[in-house]
Design a protein around this ligand. Structure first.
Ligand SMILES: Cc1cc2nc3c(=O)[nH]c(=O)nc-3n(C[C@H](O)[C@H](O)[C@H](O)COP(=O)(O)OP(=O)(O)OC[C@H]3O[C@@H](n4cnc5c(N)ncnc54)[C@H](O)[C@@H]3O)c2cc1C
Length: 426
């Protein structure tokens, strides 16, 4: 199989029945499946290697899909997204992604929070398996070959690259979004789609850590809380979203799945009008927490608040809660709390307020929200309705899901549908 490095001769043959731009999750999966079904596929990748984002994913373990069933998984993309994904997730449900990887020699296993990882714990195995399968099916992969421009003339598509111009009948755009640009995704696909006269939903960073200027948050740097719930509210107290997932305090604000899952909404709103409320004990009601404190106050030895909670909070975190609740000290005795102080403590344990200044932006975002508006794409083939021969996959589409393998699930399932719908060669 061919792998052309940068500066290669411009005699490289770039003509093919199908040209795929972008050897990421969607491009690799599509190329493999389409070539296996008999299509002639040329896969052009901008960077020196395939699947850079796969390698970086899931903390280099690659959360390859979800253990949820396909209706549950689709429902996490909102009403519009789940309608669009219904067919793709029926054709390639998460269980089928796992079977496909097992057949490629990468068995998977379930992890907490509905995640699925390769059993080896190595993202590289996922990337290598897809690349090897694609090459074995006959896909020509050329790295260091960025698409610079695309054009449609009569019934053909033309792709300009530094190696020359390629011609194809079917052009598949799988160049990803704008998130984590160090992995090669700098958003040029959106410009091409716009030039073709297509409608784009504005793009914003999603699955990105939140930032806050509050000094007490910075003092909590490094503390992780597994059983938390983050609640995002607007200025009027309307709840915009809530996620019960782990929280991680950072030197700039808040990360972890709960915060990152809500981040897409933070970017959309004015961060100054939004606030996050952190519930450290969502597994119990306020009344139950209050009852624990009252029971503790009556206990022999007069325990401190920290000894009365369902689960002990880290010292620095309890101290921040006590400060916000205006208690007399960082961990007073339960008996020392009067009714009003107890009420403030319970409210703060179930809703420590945090002012937001924004997010860490595309540089640190795992996905891009927005993209090609879905009403222009046929969900049964991923073809763009008005432009015959053009297929759009992966993060370029206006689809983004929460943390938990769902974004790869979308990339693979849409790619599968597109490969199956590709007209068979004569
Ligand atoms: C740090 C991090 C961790 C993540 N972890 C997970 C996870 O564990 N589970 C999960 O489901 N999702 C995860 N994601 C999200 C997931 O990686 C993406 O949703 C997914 O990769 C999107 O697939 P894609 O094929 O559309 O784009 P990508 O996988 O980003 O691939 C696009 C490819 O196109 C190439 N390209 C760009 N421009 C051009 C061009 N002009 N010409 C040719 N090639 C081009 C890029 O170099 C890249 O290789 C993570 C993302 C990040 C940043």
């Amino acid at each position: 199989m061919e792998e052309v490095k940068s500066g290669a001769t411009n005699k490289t043959d770039l003509n093919s029945a199908v040209i795929v731009l972008g050897a990421g999750a969607a491009g690799l999966w599509f190329s493999w499946r389409a070539a296996r079904a008999g299509a002639q596929v040329l896969l052009l990748e901008k960077t020196p290697r395939t699947g850079t984002k796969i390698l970086a994913s899931g903390g280099t373990r690659c959360n390859v899909t979800t253990s949820l069933d396909h209706p549950q998984a689709a429902s996490l993309f909102g009403e519009r997204g789940s309608r669009f994904l219904k067919h793709a997730f029926e054709v390639l449900p998460p269980s089928a992604v796992r079977e496909a990887f097992a057949e490629l020699g990468v068995p998977t296993e379930e992890a907490p929070l509905d995640k699925v990882f390769p059993r080896s714990g190595r993202a590289r195995d996922v990337r290598d398996a897809l690349e090897v399968a694609a090459r074995a099916a006959g896909v020509r992969i050329i790295c260091n070959a960025p698409g610079l421009a695309i054009q449609r003339k009569e019934n053909n598509w033309f792709v300009e690259t530094p190696l020359g111009t390629g011609r194809c009948q079917h052009l598949v755009l799988a160049v990803g979004g704008r998130s984590f640009p160090t992995t090669g995704t700098t958003g040029e696909g959106y410009g091409w789609l716009k030039e073709l006269g297509l409608e784009l939903t504005p793009t914003t960073p999603a699955l990105v850590p939140l930032t806050s200027d509050e000094s007490w948050i910075q003092q909590l740097k490094g503390i992780a809380w597994q059983n938390g719930e983050a609640r995002l509210e607007n200025r009027d107290g309307r709840v915009l979203g809530r996620r019960r997932r782990p929280l991680l305090f950072t030197h700039q604000g808040l990360s972890g799945p709960a915060a990152m899952d809500l981040s897409g909404q933070v970017v959309q709103g004015n961060p100054e009008g939004l606030r996050l409320l952190l519930d450290f004990f969502p597994q119990e009601t306020r009344q139950e927490t209050r009852a624990r404190l009252i029971e503790g106050a009556g206990r022999k030895g007069s325990p401190r608040v920290s000894r009365c909670l369902v689960e002990p909070l880290p010292r620095r975190l309890l101290s921040a809660v006590a400060h916000a609740a205006e208690l007399s000290g960082p961990d007073p005795r339960a008996l020392a709390l009067d009714r009003a102080a107890r009420h403030r403590l319970v409210e703060t344990l179930h809703g420590l307020p945090m002012k937001l200044s924004g997010t860490r932006g595309f540089e640190a975002a795992e996905v891009t929200r927005g993209g090609l508006a879905l009403h222009q794409v046929d969900p049964f083939s991923m073809r763009v309705n008005r432009l015959s021969g053009l297929v759009v996959l992966g993060e370029l589409l206006d689809l983004d899901g929460p943390i938990g393998g769902l974004n790869f699930q979308v990339a693979f399932a849409c790619a599968e549908v597109a490969a199956l719908a590709l007209p068979q060669p004569d």
